[in-house]
Write a new protein. Sequence first.
Length: 232
Amino acid sequence: MLKLTHFRLCPHSRSVRLVLGELQLEAELVEERPWEWRAQFLALNPAGSLPVLERRPGGLVLCGAYAISEFLADEVTRHPIDGRSVPLFPGTNEDRAEVRRLVDWFHVKCHAEVTSELAVERINPALEAKSGRPPSVETLRAVRSNLRYHLSYIDYLADSRRWLAGEELSFADFAAAAHISVADYLGEVPWDEHASAKTWYARLKSRRSFRPLLADRLPGLPPPLAYTDLDF
C-alpha cells in the first residue's frame, strides 16, 4: 500500500501524482500544508518539503519528486497495460540525461520563477482568510513575464521534438505539465500566445492520469472553466 503526502497545487506533488496515474499505482492521498511546519510532518520529512511517498508495510519513505521518480523508474520497468517501457527516463544515457536536465529546469528554475511565487501571492493568502494581504502587483507582473519565457521554451521544444525531451513521453513532460497546470488553475496561462505549448499540454491533459488533477479544487479559489476543458 502506497501513501502520498502532498498538496493539491504543489507542482512537485502533481508530477508524482501523474506518474502514479500513468503506472496505475494506487496510493492513499494525504494532504499537507508544508508552510505550517507541523512537527508530525517534519518528523516524516525533516526538509519540510513535498511530496513524500511511503510504502507499507516495510516503512520505506521517499522524500521529493526526484527520489520518488527515480525509485519508481527502477521499481516498475514495464508499463502495466501495454508492457512498453515506463514513461519516466527512457532511451539511451544521453536521452536520460536530457530528461533529467529538463526535470531540473522545471522543478527548480520554473518553480523559483513562477509557481513558488504564485503560491506566495495567490494560493497561500486564499487559504489563510485572516491574512487579508492582497497580491503584489509588481511580483505578479514579473511572474507573468517569467511564465511567458517558460512557455516560449516549451514552444521551442514541442516544435522540434515529439515530446519535450525527445521522441518518447518522459518525466520531463510530467514535471513541466505539473507546473503549467498550477498556473492554468489560477488562470494565468496566455494560451493564445503559445500555440505549440498549448497543443503539447492538450495531449497531456487528455491522458487518463491527468483526470485527478483536473478534479482538484481549493476552497475559495475555483479554477476558470477552461481548466477542465479538453478543448480549451
